[in-house]
Unconditional design. Structure first.
Length: 193
């Protein structure tokens, strides 16, 4: 009767078995043989969100706050998936004393938008009610004497246009995006007074 071959009994076979396992794991992770490379709803890719006004993690210039012109900052987007139906955005202060404070929410932004100029209403968008109780953008306005707050702008690429009323809340928007977000990106700025 022949002796059974195992990776331990054959020189070099242990490395070959490990390499084969890695290759097979990679093949198994490639999907179900579909040639469609689009992520399924709920799978998120990355969108690069930048601003010529401030770097990620940098200080938001006064112009874009309640202490000056209070207009939205200029933005640039790249890496939006080709199959995106619309974009949505949400600007929130995670350091607010009474929980997250929303400064801007918009949806149905044109999926081919790559730039927004300062103070621009996003193309095709509907804007919701921010935590100031107003529709549209409301800039950073932390209490005097607080440490600088962090303002996170999140851009969502969706596989369908959200069906929301103009006065929708951030929770309404996030519910509408659930399971339909194909990519996201963030830009964080800081501001203190």
């Amino acid at each position: 009767m022949a002796e059974a071959l195992t990776p331990a009994s054959v020189p070099g076979m242990r490395k070959s078995s490990a390499a084969l396992a890695v290759v097979l794991a990679g093949v198994a992770g490639c999907g179900h043989g579909s040639s469609d490379s689009a992520p399924s709803p709920g799978t998120t890719g990355r969108i690069a969100v930048t601003s010529p006004a401030y770097a990620d993690g940098g200080t938001i210039p006064r112009r874009f706050t309640c202490d000056a012109e209070d207009v939205s900052p200029p933005l640039a987007l790249s890496g939006v998936p080709a199959h995106t139906a619309s974009l949505a955005l949400l600007l929130r202060d995670s350091d607010a004393a009474h929980g997250t404070f929303t400064h801007w929410l918009a949806w149905d932004v044109g999926p081919h938008s790559t730039r927004l100029t300062a103070g621009e209403h996003p193309p095709g968008a509907t804007e919701g009610r921010n935590s100031f109780g107003k529709t549209g953008y409301g800039g950073p306005c932390p209490p005097h004497g607080d440490q600088p707050h962090h303002y996170v702008l999140t851009v969502y690429a969706t596989d369908r246009r959200p069906s929301l009323a103009p006065g929708a809340t951030p929770d309404d928007l996030l519910r509408a995006l659930s399971g339909h977000t194909v990519a996201t990106g963030t830009l964080t700025g800081r501001y203190g007074r």
